[in-house]
Design a binder for this molecule. Structure first.
Ligand code: GLN
Length: 495
Protein backbone atom coordinates (compact mmCIF):
# COMPACT_ATOMS: atom_id res chain seq x y z
CA UNK A 1 0.00 0.00 0.00
CA UNK A 2 1.32 3.45 -0.94
CA UNK A 3 2.01 5.85 1.92
CA UNK A 4 -0.74 8.20 0.83
CA UNK A 5 -3.34 5.40 0.84
CA UNK A 6 -2.99 4.75 4.56
CA UNK A 7 -5.60 5.80 7.06
CA UNK A 8 -5.03 8.71 9.43
CA UNK A 9 -4.70 6.26 12.34
CA UNK A 10 -2.02 4.26 10.52
CA UNK A 11 -0.06 7.34 9.46
CA UNK A 12 -0.18 8.88 12.95
CA UNK A 13 0.96 5.62 14.54
CA UNK A 14 3.87 5.20 12.13
CA UNK A 15 5.01 8.82 12.28
CA UNK A 16 4.76 8.84 16.07
CA UNK A 17 6.63 5.54 16.22
CA UNK A 18 9.39 6.89 13.98
CA UNK A 19 9.08 4.25 11.22
CA UNK A 20 8.32 6.99 8.70
CA UNK A 21 8.68 10.77 8.88
CA UNK A 22 5.95 13.36 8.44
CA UNK A 23 8.17 14.82 5.70
CA UNK A 24 8.12 11.51 3.75
CA UNK A 25 4.34 11.18 4.05
CA UNK A 26 3.88 14.79 2.95
CA UNK A 27 6.14 14.37 -0.10
CA UNK A 28 4.26 11.22 -1.11
CA UNK A 29 0.89 12.93 -0.77
CA UNK A 30 1.97 16.08 -2.62
CA UNK A 31 3.36 13.96 -5.49
CA UNK A 32 0.09 12.09 -5.69
CA UNK A 33 -1.94 15.33 -5.56
CA UNK A 34 0.07 16.80 -8.44
CA UNK A 35 -0.46 13.58 -10.42
CA UNK A 36 -4.23 13.28 -10.00
CA UNK A 37 -5.76 16.59 -8.96
CA UNK A 38 -5.72 17.96 -12.50
CA UNK A 39 -8.38 15.32 -13.13
CA UNK A 40 -10.27 15.41 -9.82
CA UNK A 41 -10.17 19.14 -9.02
CA UNK A 42 -10.47 18.69 -5.25
CA UNK A 43 -8.22 21.62 -4.35
CA UNK A 44 -8.48 25.32 -5.13
CA UNK A 45 -5.03 25.89 -3.60
CA UNK A 46 -2.34 23.27 -2.96
CA UNK A 47 -0.17 24.40 -0.05
CA UNK A 48 3.16 22.73 -1.00
CA UNK A 49 5.41 25.03 1.04
CA UNK A 50 3.07 25.38 4.01
CA UNK A 51 2.69 21.58 4.12
CA UNK A 52 6.46 20.97 3.94
CA UNK A 53 7.13 23.49 6.72
CA UNK A 54 4.40 21.92 8.88
CA UNK A 55 5.87 18.44 8.30
CA UNK A 56 9.34 19.62 9.37
CA UNK A 57 7.86 21.05 12.56
CA UNK A 58 5.94 17.84 13.31
CA UNK A 59 9.11 15.76 12.86
CA UNK A 60 10.95 18.09 15.25
CA UNK A 61 8.18 17.92 17.85
CA UNK A 62 8.19 14.12 17.71
CA UNK A 63 11.97 14.04 18.13
CA UNK A 64 11.54 16.33 21.14
CA UNK A 65 9.29 13.68 22.71
CA UNK A 66 5.82 15.14 22.05
CA UNK A 67 2.84 12.84 21.51
CA UNK A 68 0.75 13.99 18.54
CA UNK A 69 -2.53 12.14 17.89
CA UNK A 70 -2.53 13.22 14.21
CA UNK A 71 1.22 13.13 13.60
CA UNK A 72 1.87 13.69 9.88
CA UNK A 73 -1.77 13.13 8.83
CA UNK A 74 -2.50 14.85 5.48
CA UNK A 75 -5.43 17.26 5.84
CA UNK A 76 -7.73 18.89 3.32
CA UNK A 77 -9.33 22.11 4.59
CA UNK A 78 -12.60 23.38 3.09
CA UNK A 79 -12.01 26.81 1.63
CA UNK A 80 -14.42 28.54 4.01
CA UNK A 81 -12.01 28.01 6.91
CA UNK A 82 -9.27 30.52 7.59
CA UNK A 83 -5.61 29.54 7.60
CA UNK A 84 -3.20 32.43 8.16
CA UNK A 85 -1.54 33.66 5.00
CA UNK A 86 -3.51 31.42 2.63
CA UNK A 87 -6.22 32.28 0.15
CA UNK A 88 -9.64 31.58 1.66
CA UNK A 89 -12.30 31.98 -1.02
CA UNK A 90 -15.49 30.23 0.16
CA UNK A 91 -15.73 29.20 -3.51
CA UNK A 92 -16.76 32.74 -4.44
CA UNK A 93 -15.47 35.39 -6.84
CA UNK A 94 -16.03 37.98 -4.13
CA UNK A 95 -13.26 36.39 -2.01
CA UNK A 96 -11.17 34.94 -4.85
CA UNK A 97 -8.07 36.88 -3.83
CA UNK A 98 -8.75 37.23 -0.10
CA UNK A 99 -5.94 36.03 2.18
CA UNK A 100 -6.88 35.02 5.72
CA UNK A 101 -5.18 37.07 8.45
CA UNK A 102 -5.75 34.41 11.14
CA UNK A 103 -6.42 30.69 11.54
CA UNK A 104 -9.78 29.12 12.43
CA UNK A 105 -9.76 27.47 15.85
CA UNK A 106 -10.78 24.04 14.50
CA UNK A 107 -8.01 24.16 11.88
CA UNK A 108 -5.45 25.34 14.46
CA UNK A 109 -6.39 22.43 16.72
CA UNK A 110 -5.92 19.91 13.91
CA UNK A 111 -2.49 21.36 13.07
CA UNK A 112 -1.51 21.42 16.72
CA UNK A 113 -2.40 17.71 16.88
CA UNK A 114 0.13 17.12 14.08
CA UNK A 115 -2.00 17.25 10.90
CA UNK A 116 -0.40 18.63 7.72
CA UNK A 117 -2.46 21.10 5.64
CA UNK A 118 -2.15 19.83 2.06
CA UNK A 119 -4.57 22.28 0.51
CA UNK A 120 -7.75 24.33 0.58
CA UNK A 121 -10.58 22.44 -1.04
CA UNK A 122 -13.32 23.42 -3.47
CA UNK A 123 -16.89 23.99 -2.31
CA UNK A 124 -20.25 25.35 -3.39
CA UNK A 125 -20.13 29.13 -3.13
CA UNK A 126 -20.54 30.09 0.55
CA UNK A 127 -21.53 26.44 1.18
CA UNK A 128 -24.83 26.81 -0.66
CA UNK A 129 -25.41 23.70 -2.72
CA UNK A 130 -25.31 19.92 -2.79
CA UNK A 131 -22.99 19.10 -5.69
CA UNK A 132 -20.08 21.56 -5.71
CA UNK A 133 -21.45 22.81 -9.05
CA UNK A 134 -22.15 26.19 -7.42
CA UNK A 135 -18.44 26.85 -6.95
CA UNK A 136 -17.45 29.97 -8.88
CA UNK A 137 -13.83 28.81 -8.97
CA UNK A 138 -13.59 25.25 -10.26
CA UNK A 139 -15.11 21.88 -11.07
CA UNK A 140 -14.66 18.92 -8.70
CA UNK A 141 -15.34 15.38 -9.95
CA UNK A 142 -16.43 12.32 -8.04
CA UNK A 143 -13.40 9.98 -7.84
CA UNK A 144 -15.73 6.95 -8.24
CA UNK A 145 -17.08 8.19 -11.58
CA UNK A 146 -15.59 11.30 -13.14
CA UNK A 147 -18.85 12.09 -14.94
CA UNK A 148 -20.58 12.59 -11.59
CA UNK A 149 -20.59 15.22 -8.86
CA UNK A 150 -18.81 14.63 -5.53
CA UNK A 151 -21.75 16.10 -3.58
CA UNK A 152 -21.69 19.33 -1.69
CA UNK A 153 -21.16 21.72 -0.38
CA UNK A 154 -17.96 20.07 0.96
CA UNK A 155 -17.32 18.39 -2.40
CA UNK A 156 -13.62 19.23 -2.56
CA UNK A 157 -12.66 17.74 0.79
CA UNK A 158 -14.82 14.67 0.04
CA UNK A 159 -13.16 14.13 -3.35
CA UNK A 160 -9.71 14.73 -1.84
CA UNK A 161 -10.16 12.05 0.83
CA UNK A 162 -11.79 9.59 -1.60
CA UNK A 163 -8.91 10.07 -4.07
CA UNK A 164 -6.25 9.67 -1.32
CA UNK A 165 -5.21 13.32 -1.65
CA UNK A 166 -5.72 13.61 2.13
CA UNK A 167 -6.63 11.23 4.97
CA UNK A 168 -8.91 13.69 6.74
CA UNK A 169 -11.08 16.33 5.12
CA UNK A 170 -12.46 19.20 7.13
CA UNK A 171 -15.97 20.22 6.14
CA UNK A 172 -18.85 22.33 7.33
CA UNK A 173 -22.42 21.09 7.51
CA UNK A 174 -25.37 23.49 7.64
CA UNK A 175 -28.06 21.20 6.22
CA UNK A 176 -26.11 18.15 5.05
CA UNK A 177 -22.89 19.43 3.50
CA UNK A 178 -20.65 16.86 5.21
CA UNK A 179 -23.02 13.89 5.23
CA UNK A 180 -24.22 14.05 1.60
CA UNK A 181 -20.75 14.35 -0.01
CA UNK A 182 -19.63 11.66 2.45
CA UNK A 183 -22.33 9.35 1.09
CA UNK A 184 -21.53 10.25 -2.54
CA UNK A 185 -17.80 9.59 -2.12
CA UNK A 186 -17.83 6.38 -0.05
CA UNK A 187 -16.72 8.12 3.14
CA UNK A 188 -17.68 8.63 6.73
CA UNK A 189 -19.09 12.17 6.94
CA UNK A 190 -19.63 13.30 10.50
CA UNK A 191 -21.43 16.40 11.80
CA UNK A 192 -20.97 16.73 15.56
CA UNK A 193 -23.57 18.33 17.87
CA UNK A 194 -24.14 22.05 17.20
CA UNK A 195 -21.68 23.89 19.45
CA UNK A 196 -19.18 21.02 19.81
CA UNK A 197 -16.66 22.49 17.36
CA UNK A 198 -15.75 26.17 17.34
CA UNK A 199 -16.72 28.14 14.24
CA UNK A 200 -14.24 30.92 14.93
CA UNK A 201 -12.61 31.47 11.55
CA UNK A 202 -15.34 29.66 9.58
CA UNK A 203 -16.94 32.00 7.04
CA UNK A 204 -20.53 32.07 8.26
CA UNK A 205 -23.45 30.90 6.11
CA UNK A 206 -26.35 30.25 8.56
CA UNK A 207 -25.00 30.70 12.05
CA UNK A 208 -27.70 28.81 13.96
CA UNK A 209 -26.96 25.71 11.83
CA UNK A 210 -23.29 25.76 10.73
CA UNK A 211 -21.10 23.08 12.26
CA UNK A 212 -17.59 21.89 11.36
CA UNK A 213 -16.77 18.17 11.15
CA UNK A 214 -14.56 15.57 9.43
CA UNK A 215 -14.79 13.45 6.29
CA UNK A 216 -12.69 10.29 6.48
CA UNK A 217 -12.33 6.81 5.01
CA UNK A 218 -12.91 5.08 8.36
CA UNK A 219 -14.96 5.69 11.51
CA UNK A 220 -11.78 5.44 13.59
CA UNK A 221 -10.29 8.35 11.64
CA UNK A 222 -13.49 10.36 12.15
CA UNK A 223 -13.19 9.75 15.91
CA UNK A 224 -9.54 10.88 15.94
CA UNK A 225 -10.38 14.03 13.97
CA UNK A 226 -13.36 14.77 16.19
CA UNK A 227 -11.27 14.48 19.36
CA UNK A 228 -8.67 16.85 17.94
CA UNK A 229 -10.99 19.57 16.60
CA UNK A 230 -13.77 19.81 19.18
CA UNK A 231 -14.13 21.53 22.53
CA UNK A 232 -14.95 24.91 23.99
CA UNK A 233 -13.46 28.05 22.49
CA UNK A 234 -13.81 31.48 24.11
CA UNK A 235 -13.70 32.99 20.60
CA UNK A 236 -17.03 31.39 19.61
CA UNK A 237 -19.92 32.32 21.91
CA UNK A 238 -21.97 29.37 20.62
CA UNK A 239 -19.33 26.78 21.42
CA UNK A 240 -20.24 24.63 24.40
CA UNK A 241 -18.15 24.31 27.53
CA UNK A 242 -18.63 20.62 28.05
CA UNK A 243 -16.06 17.86 28.27
CA UNK A 244 -15.28 15.98 25.04
CA UNK A 245 -15.19 12.32 26.01
CA UNK A 246 -12.51 10.09 24.52
CA UNK A 247 -14.08 8.31 21.58
CA UNK A 248 -11.40 6.65 19.46
CA UNK A 249 -10.43 4.32 22.32
CA UNK A 250 -14.07 3.29 22.94
CA UNK A 251 -15.29 2.16 19.52
CA UNK A 252 -17.73 -0.75 19.76
CA UNK A 253 -17.70 -4.13 18.11
CA UNK A 254 -21.46 -4.78 18.26
CA UNK A 255 -24.78 -3.07 18.87
CA UNK A 256 -26.16 -5.25 21.67
CA UNK A 257 -28.45 -3.45 24.07
CA UNK A 258 -29.14 -0.59 21.64
CA UNK A 259 -32.55 0.34 20.32
CA UNK A 260 -32.41 1.81 16.83
CA UNK A 261 -35.40 3.77 15.53
CA UNK A 262 -36.54 3.43 11.92
CA UNK A 263 -38.54 6.50 10.91
CA UNK A 264 -42.05 5.70 9.71
CA UNK A 265 -42.26 8.85 7.58
CA UNK A 266 -38.98 8.12 5.76
CA UNK A 267 -40.44 5.35 3.64
CA UNK A 268 -37.63 4.22 1.32
CA UNK A 269 -40.06 2.49 -1.06
CA UNK A 270 -40.47 5.89 -2.68
CA UNK A 271 -36.79 5.74 -3.71
CA UNK A 272 -37.23 2.70 -6.00
CA UNK A 273 -36.85 -1.03 -5.43
CA UNK A 274 -33.10 -1.22 -5.57
CA UNK A 275 -32.51 1.57 -3.03
CA UNK A 276 -35.36 0.30 -0.87
CA UNK A 277 -33.75 -3.15 -0.72
CA UNK A 278 -30.36 -1.64 0.08
CA UNK A 279 -31.70 0.22 3.13
CA UNK A 280 -33.76 -2.78 4.19
CA UNK A 281 -30.58 -4.81 4.19
CA UNK A 282 -28.73 -2.08 6.13
CA UNK A 283 -31.40 -2.05 8.85
CA UNK A 284 -31.30 -5.84 9.08
CA UNK A 285 -27.53 -5.72 9.41
CA UNK A 286 -27.96 -3.39 12.39
CA UNK A 287 -30.32 -5.95 13.88
CA UNK A 288 -27.90 -8.80 13.20
CA UNK A 289 -25.30 -6.87 15.18
CA UNK A 290 -27.54 -7.01 18.25
CA UNK A 291 -29.66 -3.87 17.95
CA UNK A 292 -33.38 -3.95 18.50
CA UNK A 293 -35.19 -2.15 15.67
CA UNK A 294 -38.25 -0.14 16.61
CA UNK A 295 -40.58 2.09 14.61
CA UNK A 296 -40.44 5.76 15.50
CA UNK A 297 -42.33 8.72 14.12
CA UNK A 298 -41.07 12.19 13.16
CA UNK A 299 -44.39 13.69 12.05
CA UNK A 300 -43.03 17.18 11.31
CA UNK A 301 -39.75 16.15 9.66
CA UNK A 302 -41.40 16.55 6.26
CA UNK A 303 -41.51 20.31 6.91
CA UNK A 304 -37.74 20.37 7.44
CA UNK A 305 -36.92 21.46 3.91
CA UNK A 306 -39.41 24.34 3.87
CA UNK A 307 -38.29 25.44 7.33
CA UNK A 308 -34.61 25.30 6.44
CA UNK A 309 -35.10 27.25 3.20
CA UNK A 310 -36.46 30.17 5.22
CA UNK A 311 -34.08 30.10 8.18
CA UNK A 312 -30.85 29.46 6.24
CA UNK A 313 -31.44 32.18 3.60
CA UNK A 314 -32.57 34.63 6.33
CA UNK A 315 -29.33 34.12 8.21
CA UNK A 316 -27.24 34.15 5.04
CA UNK A 317 -28.75 37.46 3.92
CA UNK A 318 -27.55 38.95 7.18
CA UNK A 319 -24.14 37.22 7.27
CA UNK A 320 -23.29 38.08 3.68
CA UNK A 321 -24.10 41.77 4.12
CA UNK A 322 -20.46 42.30 5.13
CA UNK A 323 -19.22 41.55 1.61
CA UNK A 324 -19.75 45.02 0.18
CA UNK A 325 -16.39 45.95 -1.31
CA UNK A 326 -15.30 47.92 1.75
CA UNK A 327 -13.50 45.52 4.03
CA UNK A 328 -13.14 42.16 2.33
CA UNK A 329 -12.23 40.91 -1.11
CA UNK A 330 -13.51 42.21 -4.41
CA UNK A 331 -14.36 45.88 -5.02
CA UNK A 332 -15.82 47.18 -8.28
CA UNK A 333 -15.60 50.98 -8.33
CA UNK A 334 -18.80 52.95 -8.93
CA UNK A 335 -20.09 56.52 -9.22
CA UNK A 336 -20.78 56.67 -5.47
CA UNK A 337 -20.69 54.31 -2.52
CA UNK A 338 -24.12 52.75 -3.25
CA UNK A 339 -23.17 52.20 -6.86
CA UNK A 340 -19.93 50.56 -5.64
CA UNK A 341 -21.87 48.21 -3.29
CA UNK A 342 -24.22 47.22 -6.08
CA UNK A 343 -21.55 46.66 -8.69
CA UNK A 344 -19.36 44.71 -6.26
CA UNK A 345 -22.14 42.39 -5.12
CA UNK A 346 -23.54 41.96 -8.64
CA UNK A 347 -20.13 40.91 -9.93
CA UNK A 348 -18.96 39.01 -6.84
CA UNK A 349 -21.89 36.71 -5.99
CA UNK A 350 -23.14 33.82 -8.14
CA UNK A 351 -26.81 33.11 -8.95
CA UNK A 352 -27.56 30.72 -6.04
CA UNK A 353 -26.09 33.12 -3.48
CA UNK A 354 -28.13 35.98 -4.93
CA UNK A 355 -31.27 33.84 -4.83
CA UNK A 356 -30.72 33.05 -1.15
CA UNK A 357 -30.03 36.69 -0.26
CA UNK A 358 -33.25 37.70 -2.01
CA UNK A 359 -35.34 35.01 -0.30
CA UNK A 360 -33.77 35.75 3.09
CA UNK A 361 -34.18 39.51 2.84
CA UNK A 362 -37.82 39.00 1.87
CA UNK A 363 -38.46 36.59 4.76
CA UNK A 364 -36.97 39.07 7.23
CA UNK A 365 -38.67 42.17 5.87
CA UNK A 366 -41.09 43.86 8.25
CA UNK A 367 -44.35 42.86 6.55
CA UNK A 368 -43.39 39.19 6.18
CA UNK A 369 -41.23 38.47 9.22
CA UNK A 370 -44.04 36.89 11.27
CA UNK A 371 -45.53 35.03 8.34
CA UNK A 372 -42.25 33.40 7.27
CA UNK A 373 -39.32 33.70 9.64
CA UNK A 374 -41.21 33.38 12.94
CA UNK A 375 -43.30 30.49 11.62
CA UNK A 376 -40.18 28.74 10.40
CA UNK A 377 -38.66 29.08 13.87
CA UNK A 378 -41.80 27.55 15.38
CA UNK A 379 -41.67 24.67 12.94
CA UNK A 380 -38.02 24.19 13.88
CA UNK A 381 -39.00 23.79 17.54
CA UNK A 382 -41.61 21.17 16.60
CA UNK A 383 -39.06 19.22 14.57
CA UNK A 384 -36.61 19.22 17.50
CA UNK A 385 -39.46 18.07 19.79
CA UNK A 386 -40.21 15.17 17.46
CA UNK A 387 -36.63 13.98 17.82
CA UNK A 388 -36.79 14.34 21.61
CA UNK A 389 -39.91 12.17 21.71
CA UNK A 390 -38.36 9.59 19.40
CA UNK A 391 -35.22 9.42 21.52
CA UNK A 392 -37.37 8.63 24.56
CA UNK A 393 -37.96 5.29 22.80
CA UNK A 394 -34.63 4.60 21.11
CA UNK A 395 -30.89 5.31 21.37
CA UNK A 396 -30.18 6.04 17.72
CA UNK A 397 -32.13 6.68 14.54
CA UNK A 398 -31.15 5.14 11.19
CA UNK A 399 -32.24 6.46 7.78
CA UNK A 400 -30.77 7.23 4.35
CA UNK A 401 -28.16 9.99 4.06
CA UNK A 402 -29.32 10.89 0.55
CA UNK A 403 -32.11 9.73 -1.70
CA UNK A 404 -29.87 8.66 -4.57
CA UNK A 405 -26.23 8.00 -5.39
CA UNK A 406 -24.12 10.80 -6.89
CA UNK A 407 -25.75 12.25 -10.00
CA UNK A 408 -24.22 13.47 -13.25
CA UNK A 409 -23.12 17.05 -13.84
CA UNK A 410 -26.01 19.36 -14.79
CA UNK A 411 -28.57 16.69 -13.85
CA UNK A 412 -30.39 19.01 -11.43
CA UNK A 413 -31.58 21.80 -13.65
CA UNK A 414 -33.75 23.71 -11.16
CA UNK A 415 -32.85 24.83 -7.64
CA UNK A 416 -35.68 22.92 -6.01
CA UNK A 417 -34.51 19.50 -7.21
CA UNK A 418 -31.07 20.33 -5.79
CA UNK A 419 -32.63 21.36 -2.45
CA UNK A 420 -34.38 17.97 -2.29
CA UNK A 421 -31.00 16.24 -2.00
CA UNK A 422 -30.91 17.27 1.67
CA UNK A 423 -34.35 15.96 2.57
CA UNK A 424 -32.94 13.39 5.02
CA UNK A 425 -30.13 15.49 6.51
CA UNK A 426 -31.84 18.83 7.19
CA UNK A 427 -34.11 17.75 10.10
CA UNK A 428 -31.05 16.75 12.20
CA UNK A 429 -29.40 20.09 11.41
CA UNK A 430 -32.49 22.01 12.53
CA UNK A 431 -32.45 20.02 15.79
CA UNK A 432 -28.67 20.53 16.27
CA UNK A 433 -28.12 16.76 16.58
CA UNK A 434 -24.92 14.84 15.92
CA UNK A 435 -25.30 12.78 12.74
CA UNK A 436 -23.10 10.89 10.35
CA UNK A 437 -23.15 9.03 7.08
CA UNK A 438 -21.39 5.67 6.78
CA UNK A 439 -21.04 3.59 3.58
CA UNK A 440 -23.88 1.05 3.30
CA UNK A 441 -23.73 -0.42 -0.21
CA UNK A 442 -23.50 0.25 -3.93
CA UNK A 443 -25.98 1.06 -6.68
CA UNK A 444 -25.33 1.28 -10.41
CA UNK A 445 -27.47 4.28 -11.34
CA UNK A 446 -29.60 4.24 -14.51
CA UNK A 447 -27.38 5.29 -17.40
CA UNK A 448 -24.24 4.69 -15.37
CA UNK A 449 -21.71 1.93 -15.85
CA UNK A 450 -20.00 2.01 -12.48
CA UNK A 451 -21.35 1.11 -9.03
CA UNK A 452 -21.71 4.19 -6.84
CA UNK A 453 -21.68 4.29 -3.04
CA UNK A 454 -24.68 4.95 -0.82
CA UNK A 455 -24.67 6.18 2.78
CA UNK A 456 -26.58 5.15 5.90
CA UNK A 457 -27.29 8.08 8.20
CA UNK A 458 -27.20 7.52 11.94
CA UNK A 459 -28.20 10.20 14.41
CA UNK A 460 -28.39 10.29 18.21
CA UNK A 461 -29.30 12.72 21.03
CA UNK A 462 -27.31 15.92 21.65
CA UNK A 463 -23.73 15.32 22.85
CA UNK A 464 -23.80 11.53 22.36
CA UNK A 465 -20.98 11.45 19.81
CA UNK A 466 -19.36 8.53 21.59
CA UNK A 467 -22.48 6.39 21.18
CA UNK A 468 -22.91 7.50 17.57
CA UNK A 469 -19.34 6.86 16.42
CA UNK A 470 -19.23 3.64 18.40
CA UNK A 471 -22.33 2.29 16.67
CA UNK A 472 -21.08 3.39 13.24
CA UNK A 473 -17.81 1.61 13.90
CA UNK A 474 -19.57 -1.66 14.74
CA UNK A 475 -21.61 -1.39 11.52
CA UNK A 476 -18.57 -0.49 9.41
CA UNK A 477 -16.51 -3.35 10.79
CA UNK A 478 -19.21 -5.94 10.20
CA UNK A 479 -20.21 -4.83 6.71
CA UNK A 480 -17.00 -3.48 5.09
CA UNK A 481 -18.93 -1.81 2.27
CA UNK A 482 -16.34 0.90 1.65
CA UNK A 483 -13.66 -1.48 0.45
CA UNK A 484 -15.82 -3.30 -2.13
CA UNK A 485 -15.00 -0.98 -5.04
CA UNK A 486 -12.08 1.26 -5.93
CA UNK A 487 -12.14 4.85 -7.18
CA UNK A 488 -12.28 5.27 -10.95
CA UNK A 489 -9.40 7.70 -11.20
CA UNK A 490 -6.86 4.84 -11.03
CA UNK A 491 -7.71 3.87 -14.56
CA UNK A 492 -7.66 7.46 -15.79
CA UNK A 493 -4.39 8.48 -14.22
CA UNK A 494 -2.72 5.17 -15.12
CA UNK A 495 -1.30 4.86 -11.64
N1 GLN B 1 -27.38 21.82 0.42
C1 GLN B 1 -27.82 22.65 1.50
C2 GLN B 1 -27.84 24.10 1.06
O1 GLN B 1 -27.64 24.32 -0.07
C3 GLN B 1 -26.95 22.45 2.70
C4 GLN B 1 -25.65 23.16 2.58
C5 GLN B 1 -24.77 23.00 3.76
O2 GLN B 1 -24.96 22.14 4.60
N2 GLN B 1 -23.80 23.90 3.85
O3 GLN B 1 -28.06 25.00 1.80
Amino acid sequence: MELFERSAAEIARDVQGGTVSAADVTEAVLRHVHAVDGEIGAYLTVLDDVARAAATRVDERIKAGEKLPLAGVPLSVKDNMCLTGTRTTAGSKILEQWVAPYTATAVARMLDAGAIPIGKSNMDEFAMGSSCENSALGVTKNPYDLTRVPGGSTGGSAAAVAAFEAAIGMGSDTGGSIREPGAFCNLVGFKPTYGRVSRYGLIAFASSLDQIGPLTRTVEDAALAYEAMSGWDPMDSTSIDREVEPVSSHLRGDLSGLKIGIVKEFDTRALGDEIDELYDKAYHDLEALGAELIDVSLPTADYGLATYYLIAPAECSSNLARFDGVRYGLRVEGADVHDMYEKTRAAGFGPEVKRRILIGTYALSSGYYDAYYVRAQKARTLIADDFRKAFAQCDLIACPAASSPAFQFNAKSDPYSMYLMDYYTIPMSLAGLPALSVPCGWITPPGGDRPMPMGLQLTSPLFTEKLLLGAAHAYERATQHASKHKPAFDAVSGR
